[in-house]
Design a protein around this ligand. Structure first.
Ligand code: CP
Ligand code: NVA
Length: 303
């Protein structure tokens, strides 16, 4: 088992499924009223350079729910904001906490913190990956639709951090993934090539969202302009206009397919209010499962 959780392709299939299975057990135990204390005496530091509602609160709640403690650090309030080297920050933090959960811009920030840390470093979103989100989203898919291997997962929209993590998940777990992205907004070419090398099912890249959803069991959407891309918002509204998940696009998909959105959603941009609020959309189950999955990650990596 890798010490850090930087991206999904560093893990084996059994390890990724292990996180999900354990999260399902912890969820069941919590719902049955069981009190968990396996991380009592341990503390994690959350270092966040980008905003967050779900990831922050679900990690904090997960850690407290296992008996542990949390220190939240907005990066702008740390000496990182005054250019303290990451390698110093990482070694210092390692003396104070039992794990670091990091949300930042460059993937290289997570990599450098991990290189110098003596405690686990967990990627809570970078510009390139959002591995914890995709782990909990896979948990939601399995709960709703059964084993992933039998499913066709479809991504509609920007080839962003979420898309990259879905590509790595598809390769390691072994399920069919189709991404419909406009020209110039495809996922990372190196990540796609590396994933295809180990994939046992097709990872397809197409332009036409209607073609992509035709045999979908799961349709995933996300914002068109991710955090840090605010200046491209206007341009992206134009480029992605054909990629909105609305009732017209849903009509092209099988009736039993579910819709995933990691949230926050921009209603009537990437998804209409009607589809987001429909029975097929499981966005709020996804949001809940982040907490259960984060418990599993913390328990497994910190124990
Ligand atoms: N889905 C997700 O990561 O949400 P937050 O940005 O609110 O953490
Ligand atoms: N792709 C989005 C995900 C937000 C949880 C972003 O990076 O802003």
């Amino acid at each position: 088992m890798p010490k850090h959780l930087r991206s999904l392709q560093e893990f084996t299939r059994a390890e990724l499924i292990g996180f999900i299975d354990r999260a399902m057990e912890l969820k069941k135990e919590q719902k049955a009223g069981q009190i968990h204390r396996q991380l009592a005496g341990k503390t994690i530091g959350l270092i966040f350079e980008k905003p967050s509602t779900r990831t922050r609160v679900s990690f904090e709640s997960a850690m407290y729910g296992l008996g542990g403690q949390v220190i939240f650090l907005s990066a702008r309030d740390t000496q990182l904001a005054r250019s303290e080297p990451l390698k110093d920050m990482s070694r210092v933090m390692s003396r104070y906490v039992d794990g670091m959960v990091v949300r930042t811009f460059g993937q290289e920030v997570v990599e450098e913190l991990a290189d110098y840390a003596t405690v686990p470093v967990i990627n809570a979103l970078t510009d390139v990956h959002h591995p914890c989100q995709v782990l909990s989203d896979m948990m939601t898919v399995i709960e709703m639709k059964g084993p992933l291997e039998a499913l066709h997962v479809v991504w509609v929209g920007d080839g962003n951090n979420m898309a990259n993590s879905w590509i790595q998940a598809a390769a390691v777990i072994g399920f069919e993934l189709t991404l419909a992205c406009p020209e110039g907004y495809e996922p990372d070419g190196d990540i796609l090539a590396a994933a295809r090398k180990i994939a046992t099912r097709a990872i397809n890249l197409v332009r036409d969202p209607q073609e992509a959803v035709r045999t979908a069991d799961v349709i995933n959407v996300d914002v068109w302009a991710s955090m840090g891309m605010e200046s491209e918002q206007e341009e992206r509204l134009r480029v992605f206009s054909e990629y909105q998940l609305n009732s017209g696009l849903m009509a092209k998909a099988p009736a039993g397919c579910i819709v995933l959105h990691c949230l926050p959603a921009h209603r009537d941009e990437e998804i209409t209010d009607e589809v987001l609020e429909s029975k097929q959309c499981v966005a709020f189950d996804q949001a809940e499962n982040k907490m259960h999955l984060h418990k599993a990650i913390l328990e497994i990596l910190l124990s």
